[in-house]
Ligand binder design. Structure first.
Ligand code: NAP
Length: 248
């Protein structure tokens, strides 16, 4: 087990995929997990039941992470309930892939808002909430595509590259209060997001991955848990690649 000074964590987009696995993993580490969802209420409720059945602590909190007022209210709800918000994982994210020549400005801006603006709001509200306790740690889930770029993903890569740089800026601002900010950049992970890819495209990417497979969501969760934990107490502003060697 890893060591955690804090007691609770908010994970955005935790109803499915990587976020739900982060919730399971952190609950097993003894943290109370606040499961955020936007539309998958049934999945979020089922996850809470599962975590509690396994002896963990969980609560469900529905809001759109790109809605400033909703996010601010959610952090307030958590602090009112538990006395603090100790950890935050900004995981909620979407894709809307198309070649740049066909990409409308709305296609670009909506992905920036869902991925980058939501993360900004979360990081800022965490800085406020965690400043009071002079303790806290935030992990943002970006992507390998934010490091390399990718055809068909000018919007998504811009949002994820922005997250990587923004996390370092928050790390610089949070450091005086001992609040750490780090990024995890997953490669290709088995979730609904990548299940949409055609078989030939999946095989094309697998060929480029030295470990010759897509990652599992729990392989992201363990990296997130490490960065949040006391074991990573001297790590801030870092970008941790979890990609099977696809980018070294
Ligand atoms: P996913 O299976 O599509 O799940 C996305 C999750 O985000 C869902 O729980 C969804 O909730 C939630 N969500 C989306 N927009 C939201 C919003 N505005 N407010 C609150 N929740 C929202 O995706 P995933 O593959 O697990 O991806 C999770 C994160 O990892 C994303 O940031 C993604 O960019 C990143 N990532 C994924 C991969 C990969 O290969 N899968 C690789 C690199 C990075 P609802 O269903 O309730 O809407």
């Amino acid at each position: 087990k890893m060591t955690f000074t804090g007691k609770n964590v908010l994970i955005t987009g935790a109803s499915r995929g990587i976020g739900s696995e982060i919730a399971r993993y952190l609950a097993k580490q003894g943290l109370k997990v606040w499961i955020n969802y936007r539309s998958s209420a049934a999945e979020a409720d089922a996850l809470k039941v599962e975590i509690e059945r396994d002896g963990g602590k969980a609560a469900v909190i529905g809001f759109d992470a790109s809605d400033e007022e909703a996010f601010v209210n959610a952090v307030k709800t958590i602090v009112d309930s538990d006395g603090s918000m100790d950890y935050l994982v900004n995981n909620a994210g979407i894709t809307n892939d198309k070649l740049a020549l066909r990409m409308k400005i709305e296609d670009f801006e909506s992905v920036i808002k869902a991925n980058l603006t939501s993360t900004f709001i979360g990081c800022r509200e965490a800085l406020k909430a965690m400043s009071k306790s002079k303790f806290g740690s935030v992990v943002n889930i970006a992507s390998i595509v934010g490091e390399t770029g990718n055809a068909g993903q000018t919007n998504y890569s811009a949002s994820k590259g922005g997250m990587i740089a923004m996390t370092k800026s928050f790390a610089a601002e949070g450091a005086a209060r001992a609040i750490r900010y780090n990024t995890v950049t997953p490669g290709f992970i088995q979730t609904d997001m990548t299940n949409e890819l055609k078989e030939e495209i999946k095989n094309y990417y697998i060929d480029k991955i030295p470990l010759k497979r897509f990652g599992k969501p729990e392989e992201i969760a363990s990296a997130v848990a490490f960065l949040l934990s006391d074991e990573a107490s001297y790590i801030t502003g870092e970008t941790l690649k979890v990609n099977g060697g696809m980018l070294m």
